[in-house]
Structure formats: C-alpha cells, structure tokens
Design a protein around this ligand. Sequence first.
Ligand code: PFF
Length: 452
Amino acid sequence: MTTQSNTRGFTSNIGAILAAAGGAVGLGNIWRFPYTLGNNGGGAFLLVYVFFVLLIGIPLMMTEFIIGRRSQKDPIGAYRTLAPKHKGWMLIGIFNILGALLIYAFYSVVAGWTLNYVVLSCGNQLGGCDSATIAQKFAEFTQGSFWPLFYQFLFLVLTAAVVFMGVQKGIEKMSKILMPALFILLILMCVRSLTLGDGVRNGLNFLFKPDFSKIDGHCLLSALGQSFFSLSIGMGAMVTYGSYIRKEDKLFNSSLWIAGCDSLVAILAGVVIFPAVFAFGMSPAAGPELVYIVLPNVFNSMPGGAIFAVVFFLLLTIAALTSTISLLEILVATLVEEFHWKRSVAAVVSSLVVFTVGAFCTLSFGPLKDVQIHGFTIFDLFDRLTASYLMPIGALAMTIFLGWFFPKAEVRDELSNGGTLKVKAFDVYYFILRYVAPIALIIILVSGLIGK
Ligand code: PFF
C-alpha cells in the first residue's frame, strides 16, 4: 500500500482531530454520561469509565483508524479491501451500518429535544419557572407527538445538509469553529455551577468519590457501553473518518487527543450537572431527562441566565450535530462508495429511513409508552441495545479481525506511517488488541448478560 496524501478527506491534522472529536463529543458526553453515572452510583462509575477509556477505548479508536486509513473505504468496503479473499469479514461492516442506523434513530430524538430547548430559551419560556414547572413542561413536550417529531425531523434535515456539503466544506469546516466554542462555554458553565453554594460539595463528592460497593456486572457493562458510545467505537464511525485522515498524520497522537477531549468534556459536564442536581434537591438518578430539567434551574439562578441558556442549548445542538453528521456519514459513505449513489440521494434516503425508525423512539415517550420489550420502552431498548451490546460486539469482531487475522506487519506499517514514525508503544497496543480488549469484552458482555 502506498502512503500518498489523500484528497478525498480532511485537509489538515487539526481538522481531522476536530472533526473526529466532534463526532465523539456530543449528547453522549453532556446528556448520556451524567445520567448513566447518576444511575450507576457516581464516582465508582467514573473510575471504571476512565479505566475503560484508557485501557480499551484509545487502542480501539486507533484500531478503527487503522482499518479506515489502510483501506481508504467505508466500513463495508474496508473489510472487503483488507480481506479480499474472505468476504465474511464484510459482515462486521454490515453490522456497523445497522448499529449506526439504530443509534441515529434514538439519538435524533434527543437532538430534537435540544433544538426545541434552543427555541424555548430564545423566547425565555423557562425563565422564572420553578423546578416542578420545568419538569412538567419537559414531560408535556416529550410526551406529545407532533412537536417532538417535527424537531427530530428538522435535526435530520440539518444533518443531511452538512453531510451533503461534503467532508471538507461541511464536516471539517463546521467542526473547526464549533468545537472550540463548545469547550469555552462549558468552562463558563462549570464556573457558575461551582459557585452555587449548598450543593457543590455533595455534587462533587457524588461525581468524584468512589463507593466501590457500587461496582458490579451492571456497572461494568454500563461504563464500558458509555465509553464506547462516547468515543463512537464499534459502529464504524471512526473507520469512516479514519479513511479521511491524511497518510502523514499520526494515528496514535490523534487518538489520544480525541479521547482526551472527549473524556474532559464528559467530566466537565458532570461538574456542571451534579452540583446543580444537589443544589436544587433533585435525584441524580433521574434518567434521560436529567440535563433538560436540571440545567434550566441553573440558568434561572444566574445573572444573564437567559442568554446563557440560549447559547448553551445552541452549543449542545451543535455538539449533537457534529455527532449526527458522523452517524449519517457512515451510511452515506457506504451508499456512495458501495452502491455508487449520488451523495445527495444517499443523504436524503438514509435520513428518511432513520426518521421512519426514529419516530417509534420519539413516540415511545408518549403514545407508545406502554409498548415495552423486556421492561424497556422502544427508546430505552435502542439506547441500551446499541451501547451495551452492539458496540462492544462490533468492537470485539473488529479486534479479532485486526489482531488475529490481519498481518501484524501491516498493522505496524499503518500505525508508523510506512515505517517513518517510531511507534514505541506498538507492542503494548498490539497486546491489548490481541488479548486484553477481546478478553475484557467477552467477560463484560457475559457478566452483563448473566447479571440481568
Ligand atoms: N459519540 C457520540 C456522542 O457521544 O454523542 C455518539 C455516537 C456517534 C455514537 C457516532 C456512535 C457513533 F458511531
């Protein structure tokens, strides 16, 4: 394989890092991480989460980048190109595509809520409301039909518009502006939350002080699922973006940066949310609505809160957008490269399919809330199924492919940019790829299933 620069993808290293970080940082960090941590007992979950990011998350992100950049293809084409005589490996790519579709279906529901909050906060409609009223308004909105579907649809249209503009003019350009802005705003929000007085100590204790008795099979599986969800691992997103990374960029360093940004944003989101949860006497285990009910209280309590609310929800929308872009790009890249569809047609058709499936997730808060599968609503089922099972299973299959089937020399060649870089940690990486990651994934998947 040659190591020429590619022109179909990102134009710079920083552009690649910010786009992939944009794909990684999203609702998973600011919405899902706090509520999953809240449901799993706080500090102990954080510890396990960080451990998984370092031990498995970063090496697996590198693995996806290697597969993508080596093959220069979408997730299905990647396995076909790297294993031309063994077509069965393409099943991993197909599995990735289906997983991405399911994630996008439920993710777009929450993205739609966020967009609605931009509109609400622009009209200052939550300003001056007490906690109970905010919770009631949230419930009324999400349990409806027309408006949540409308906002979900609008979000799908926004995403399709950016993906349609392409990798360089759409994805890379947007990420370069929006990611730094999100980061700055989050820091400002932390400052406000940390000066809330009463709840701060309890909130920080909840987030950072581990209670080891909380670590069980369920906690491990949730933390693993969250780390995969947050880093976008196991669904081909980083394979797709990996195929856009320039041949001269360093995959190891880029993965460290992306995972570092992603974890930092998640922890900062925790620092924003938990002091506020305790300050306003709410339960940290409130579930998916945590952010949408707690943060408006924080805004109401601060000077200039109405403006902060608009900007925050706008940026949350943007964080969600850079992630939905990466989800849609998985589908579009596959349709364009495998089936030679036009980019515009691929974006429209994929979005319509996602909307059709996603509507069931939206309606599972209202008209379909009694439709339960194993005690889960459709939305919860999609959320758990993808993060706790599909992503780890996709990742497991990928480690077996790259660690046990694909030649080691080629893995080393890709990671070292054709031998031009010294990759000192290669042996550590390869050991994790071959043994640690697959064994840990199997143990946790099995213990999570048994623990149910
Ligand atoms: N990592 C994204 C987030 O944390 O919001 C969600 C996501 C994007 C998951 C892309 C999976 C994926 F393929």
